[in-house]
Design a protein around this ligand. Structure first.
Ligand SMILES: C[S@@+](CC[C@H](N)C(=O)[O-])C[C@H]1O[C@@H](n2cnc3c(N)ncnc32)[C@H](O)[C@@H]1O
Length: 463
């Protein structure tokens, strides 16, 4: 259930108060959001305005409490001389809304929601229903949001607290496209506990509060942050939409630039494709080639590399470990191997001890003499046409990816700890010249000290 401070903050974000307000609370629980909304209405709407609340709740026990709360809202309004009428629908919102949205009819001026979060399986009835209205999504929260948009009238406002997972990643690609075609994003609030040692596990941090307006022209977006639900350190700034969704980004990632990346522009000048590079997930899935892997190097085998071979920034192969160190080269495995060369490698999953989400290493072939390498699936590999890359580029990319500025940048668009090849493909990089200069610098220093890296990167802010 939404805590009261958050519910009141959400209700405070609505800006239009017409004389007749029709509000929707889909998946209303016991009605915390409706209650906060009614309080805002009584405070802000003109005397004599009317509010109609439609609350959907499927769960019978919650619906019982909701009925009492809605009744209380109506009586409080009466005492304050306001007019509020409420309606409880103890029904399935997805079924009702997909049906209703296919016909013209009453639409809502305001929607406030904290929807359920649950995966929708491919075969579920919900998927079929949602397809009828052109929505393709994998999670209930996105379905609730899409149906809210569908049932909102033009210039209507929607305020939702939802996971930020839809902002990036391929699973939500179609959903983002569907959404951005219909609404303008006007405000995103993030719970940003940066001071609390990057506490990734906080539930709040994985959620955002978002205000959308239907059918209006997209303008600047307010990005606000607070450490927690008390909003005591609330800060906001206005950001051009081009910083939220980059105009050339076909994936339409929604960035949330809470960390002003000062002077970072020139560090993010190029795409990976501009640099003539590609990124792939490590092609060797070890259990599929189990028969061909070896605990230790043998004749006819080549190194099989895992993240633990690069632990703490030091390359250490072969290494005693429960995982194999080598893979045989034969007709079965050859297609999964990459030729000897320089590569920039990143871990797909950062461990709890790591402060940064992005952790990159250089694979230096002078330290690993073999014709081919096997890269295991928990790594991402930056390469050029499945071949190695220029040594200074490999080192430069690694330094860049290991910098604090890139970590902050990455956090602006990703709420989770996993780093996928798509994320690295979508990210922006410095020019070839800057990367090579960074690579030359690190080649002579071989440093992995964070302060050294960050100071060096700073030199290129205004390059
Ligand atoms: C995360 S809770 C939030 C409750 C409330 N909006 C709040 O902010 O306190 C989501 C609610 O949606 C309800 N729900 C789940 N699936 C539903 C459906 N298909 N139709 C209507 N309500 C549903 C759940 O029972 C639950 O009460």
């Amino acid at each position: 259930m939404t805590p009261s401070e958050i519910a009141h903050f959400m209700a405070s974000l609505f800006q239009r108060w017409p004389d007749k307000v029709r509000m929707l609370d889909p998946g209303a629980g016991i009605g915390s959001l409706s209650e906060a909304f009614a309080a805002s209405f009584l405070k802000k709407a003109r005397v004599g305005s009317q509010l109609e609340i439609s609350a959907y709740e499927i769960e019978p026990i919650l619906a019982g409490h909701l009925r009492e709360h809605l009744f209380a809202i109506e009586s409080v309004a009466g005492k304050h001389g306001g007019f509020i009428r409420t309606e409880l629908h103890q029904r399935d919102f997805i079924e009702e809304a997909t049906f209703a949205s296919q016909f013209p009819g009453a639409r809502y001026t305001h929607v406030i929601l904290n929807p359920p979060y649950k995966k929708i399986s491919n075969s579920s009835e919900y998927r079929t229903l949602l397809r009828h209205i052109g929505v393709e999504t994998v999670n209930l929260y996105a379905a609730f949001l899409a149906l809210s948009v569908a049932l909102t009238e033009n210039e209507g406002e929607i305020v939702a607290i939802i996971p930020r997972s839809f902002c990036n990643g391929m699973y939500f690609r179609q959903f983002r496209a569907w959404l951005l075609e219909r609404v303008a994003i006007s405000h995103i609030h993030v719970f940003d506990s940066r001071n609390k040692a990057f506490s990734d596990d906080s539930v709040l941090q994985e959620n955002i509060i978002i205000r959308l307006e239907k059918g209006v022209t997209q303008g600047h977006v307010i990005i606000s942050t607070s450490n927690d639900a008390s909003f005591s350190d609330y800060k906001e700034r206005s950001v051009p939409f081009s910083e939220i969704v980059h105009p050339a980004d076909h994936e339409q990632y929604i960035h949330i630039p809470t960390h002003a990346v000062a002077g970072g522009g020139s560090l993010f000048a190029c795409s990976l494709a501009d640099l003539g590079l590609q990124v792939s997930t490590g092609p060797v899935v070890d259990f599929r080639v189990k028969a061909h892997t070896r605990a230790n190097p043998t004749d006819g085998s080549v190194p099989l590399l895992y993240a633990h071979h690069f632990a703490k920034g030091v390359f250490n192969w072969p290494r005693e470990h429960k995982k194999p160190n080598a893979i045989l080269v034969n007709d079965e495995t050859r297609k999964w191997l990459m030729p000897r060369g320089w590569y920039a490698v990143t871990k797909r999953f950062s461990s709890k001890e790591e402060r940064r989400r992005l952790v990159s290493f250089v694979l230096d072939p002078t330290k690993l003499n073999a014709d081919f390498y096997g890269f295991e699936n928990h790594l991402n590999i930056i390469h050029s046409g499945k071949q190695g890359i220029d040594p200074d580029m490999a080192r430069g990319i690694s330094v860049f990816l290991n910098s604090t500025i890139v970590d902050l940048h990455f956090r602006n668009f990703s709420g989770h700890t996993q780093v996928n090849a798509t994320d690295l493909r979508t990210m922006r990089y410095p020019s070839k010249e800057v990367l090579k200069a960074l690579g030359k610098w690190s080649g002579v220093r071989e440093t992995s000290d964070q302060t050294d890296i960050d100071l060096k990167i700073e030199e290129f802010h205004d390059y």
